[in-house]
Design a protein around this ligand. Structure first.
Ligand SMILES: [Zn+2]
Length: 370
């Protein structure tokens, strides 16, 4: 049953998420991670379709849970499972992350994810999360009404007993003995990359509902959504100075000298690409930041942004090394392609101030090539 129509793919996602037989938010996390990785064009083409790997998924799932491990006011760490956390094997991913932060990863609790993931000790956490994903949600996600239907992806360990922890540790040490490919079914990559902003909003809403059901919180709305998925702007503070320096003290958009309040702006709007890698950050004055809002910037700005990513001197890599901050140039370039090239022909882009411009498909194609 090939799913080449994006609407078929969305229907399958709905069916999976509507199936109530899951006790944690893992299903939502894995589904959202799959969507995000397709959106970032992180998959590589395989003989029958796009292929992701379990380490990629572990990294993305960790990124999603990372900010959620912060205490939610008096509620502390929010429950993301029906299972009691002390149950053997019942340690949920957020609890596992919090445990790591209190031990091997001491001092990383307040770090933004792009910084934390560059720590050498981070590998132990990513490996552990990968083992959880392989054993639990990946083989179970596509079980609807008790029947297993590989609608979205195929994995080689679906039909066998879950791989033992020992086998997975061996694979992680040697890179052999386990096929870590998650082979997406035809059409899934295309649907996920094009419909990511829509699917993201939908999955996040379900996630908020699930966490609300699992915790005694009474504000099932904006505050909780902001806690789980909102951008933590204060955490971007360290990037402001170096980025302003890179821009010679000028606003990325209008080019005026930066004075007064300056903002670290997500070039690809956070609402469409929730990523704090350096590649997606620019510094802007309050006026441009406010005027651009959540819109996509026009070709003039896109060219500037692209040139910054491809500059031979790799200024962002230097800043990244200095701040120990992830750059994420490939992710950002992939996301930009997914966003701009999926725009309808009559969409308009922000061109500075109160101006907007119509889409020039040929120009966008050229700017986003490769
Ligand atoms: Zn400006």
């Amino acid at each position: 049953m090939p799913a080449s129509d994006p609407l078929d793919v969305v229907q399958r996602v709905l069916q999976i998420l509507d199936d109530g037989s899951f006790t944690t938010t893992y299903k939502l996390a894995v589904m959202l991670a799959l969507v995000e990785l397709c959106f970032e064009e992180a998959a590589v083409p395989g003989p029958t379709g796009a292929v992701l790997t379990t380490p990629q998924l572990a990294d993305k799932v960790l990124e999603l849970y990372w900010p959620q491990v912060r205490a939610y006011g008096p509620h502390g760490l929010l429950q993301q499972s029906n299972n009691a956390p002390h149950q053997v094997g019942g340690r949920t991913l957020p609890v596992l992350i919090a445990h790591w932060q209190a031990g091997v990863g001491a001092g990383t609790t307040t770090l933004p994810y792009p910084v934390a993931r560059r720590r050498p000790e981070f590998a132990t956490l990513r490996d552990e999360v990968e083992r959880v994903l392989i054993r639990m949600p990946l083989p179970k996600l596509q079980r609807v009404g008790g029947v297993h239907v590989p609608w979205l992806y195929e994995i080689t360990w679906d039909d066998e007993p879950a791989p033992t922890d020992a086998r997975l540790r061996r694979y992680q040490q040697t890179g052999t003995g386990f096929d870590n490919a998650v082979r997406l079914k035809p059409g899934v990559f295309e649907a996920f990359s094009r419909l990511a902003p829509l699917l993201r909003a939908f999955i996040q809403q379900r996630w908020v509902e699930k966490v609300t059901a699992l915790n005694p919180v009474d504000d099932a709305g904006v505050a909780l959504a902001e806690h789980l998925f909102g951008v933590d702007r204060t955490s971007l503070e360290a990037t402001r100075g170096p980025l302003a320096e890179l821009q010679a003290g000028r606003c990325f958009y209008c080019g005026d000298a930066l004075r007064g309040a300056t903002h670290v702006d997500h070039f690809l709007p956070w609402a469409r690409f929730p990523d704090n890698g350096l590649a997606n950050l620019v510094v802007a004055d309050a006026r441009c930041n406010g005027q651009k809002s959540d819109r996509l910037a026009g070709p003039e700005f896109l060219r500037l942004w692209r040139d910054r990513l491809t500059a031979e001197t790799h200024p962002l890599e230097h800043i990244g090394a200095r701040l120990r901050w992830d750059v994420g140039a490939e992710r950002a370039r992939g996301a930009a392609r997914s966003l701009y090239l999926a725009l309808p022909a009559d969409a308009r882009l922000w061109a500075g101030g109160a101006r907007s411009v119509a889409i020039d498909r040929g120009l966008l194609d050229a700017l986003l090539a490769g």
